[in-house]
Design a protein around this ligand. Structure first.
Ligand code: ZN
Length: 138
């Protein structure tokens, strides 16, 4: 089972890591390590042939699954479809979901939970290009 570690933080940021995704195992939730207030993010890996041992539903949060490696099948209520590295699956509230790894390699994914309907402004309607900060990146 991989662990998540908080690496550093400041007044306006926090930085955590689950380590390399190639060797990631199990399931890790990120919110407590980063202090996130707008969403919960988890990393998950299913070995070849494995599925999450239960179906589940959410009352308030939609989920967005991002498949990072491997391939498999995703089920939402009575709908089943193939998923693979690069897939992004949005699942609404109040429906059952599960996923299974069918590839020979493990399937690693990220799941982001956020309150359904809460996204207002985003990207260019929320971002402001800043001119007051000198780059310290070099
Ligand atoms: Zn969930």
């Amino acid at each position: 089972m991989s662990e998540i570690k908080t690496l550093n933080h400041g007044e306006k940021f926090s930085h955590a890591s689950v380590g390399t995704l190639h060797g990631f195992e199990g399931k890790q939730f990120v919110k407590d390590a980063t202090g996130a207030t707008s969403c919960e993010i988890s990393f998950g890996t299913l070995p070849s042939g494995a599925e999450v041992p239960f179906f589940h539903s959410h009352k308030e949060n939609e989920e967005n699954y991002i498949i990072l490696s491997g391939a498999g099948k995703f089920q939402v209520d009575n709908n089943v479809f193939d998923i693979a590295e690069g897939s992004v699956i949005r699942v609404a509230t109040n429906c059952d979901r599960n996923l299974k790894c069918t590839s020979s390699e493990p399937m690693t994914y990220i799941c982001i939970q956020a309150k359904e309907g809460s996204l207002g402004a985003y990207t260019m309607t929320d971002a402001v290009i800043s001119e007051g900060t000198a780059s310290l990146l070099s």
